[in-house]
Design a protein around this ligand. Structure first.
Ligand code: SAM
Length: 224
């Protein structure tokens, strides 16, 4: 979906402390900029941020990073976080957002950052063969995430797209992840911990079943 240009986005993002202007400067030091010492989790491609806003507001004892490449959507995430935290009368102290290209995520996160969980919700499916390597679950990406994900850490992945889901199952297995949860129809499962994202609401209203898996990082004997 194409977003309208928002000339005010960068300025508005720069006006709040929970937006990180220069994420490269925090490489391997993310834990130190949060108010509380807590497990660190990451959302890749947060879009308009409804998911991370709810998740962070519900879990004050976890610190969160949320990344998206587009300032135009990140500014909506900023407003959603402000709205959700205001509704529960909480200071925004456990979530940071930033504009960065996930294909270069290894420039901002290192093994010392010890990410415990990664959320990937409704990433672009990139169906054409020549574009598949851009998928956020493509092996080249998964191997980057392995570097900063703790042993036993997990990736929670949701999508509307059958082919992306099926091929991602292979990617996870090839990259040393064990699937510990899998459903082809998440909303039939009534998982109490599910937070519905903007794209999830849209696909679901079109009658498309939502697929979800949890992949746990295992030790690998040799790199793929
Ligand atoms: C289809 S939207 C899903 C947004 C949200 N997760 C949801 O479920 O509603 C995919 C998001 O990923 C972001 N994205 C795609 N490729 C990216 C990349 N290489 N780096 C950072 N963000 C990316 C897009 O800007 C977009 O906001």
């Amino acid at each position: 979906m194409r977003m309208r240009r928002k000339p005010y986005a960068r300025g508005e993002l720069a006006s709040v402390d929970f937006n990180i202007q220069a994420p490269l400067e925090h490489y391997s030091k993310w834990a130190s900029i949060f108010k509380r010492k807590a497990p660190l989790m990451l959302e890749l491609g947060c879009g308009k941020g409804g998911f991370i806003a709810e998740l962070a507001a519900q879990n004050p004892d976890i610190n969160y990073l949320a990344v998206d490449i587009k300032s135009e959507v990140l500014v909506v995430a900023k407003r959603n976080i402000e709205r959700v935290f205001a509704a529960v009368d909480r200071e925004i102290d456990n979530v940071l957002i930033m504009a960065h290209d996930i294909e270069r995520i290894d420039m901002i996160l290192s093994p010392e950052d010890k990410i415990e969980r990664i959320y990937i919700n409704f990433p672009n499916p990139w169906p054409k063969a020549k574009h598949k390597k851009r998928r956020l679950t493509y092996p080249r990406q998964l191997m980057k995430y392995r570097e900063f994900l703790v042993d036993g850490g997990e990736i929670r992945f949701k999508t509307d797209d059958d082919e992306l889901f099926e091929e991602s199952l292979e990617y996870f297995s090839d990259c040393g992840f064990k699937i510990t949860y899998l459903t082809w129809d998440l909303h039939r499962e009534n998982r109490e911990d599910n937070i519905i994202t903007e794209h999830e609401r849209m696909f679901s209203s079109e009658g498309i079943p939502i697929k979800m898996l949890i992949a746990e990082k295992q030790e690998m004997k040799k790199d793929v």
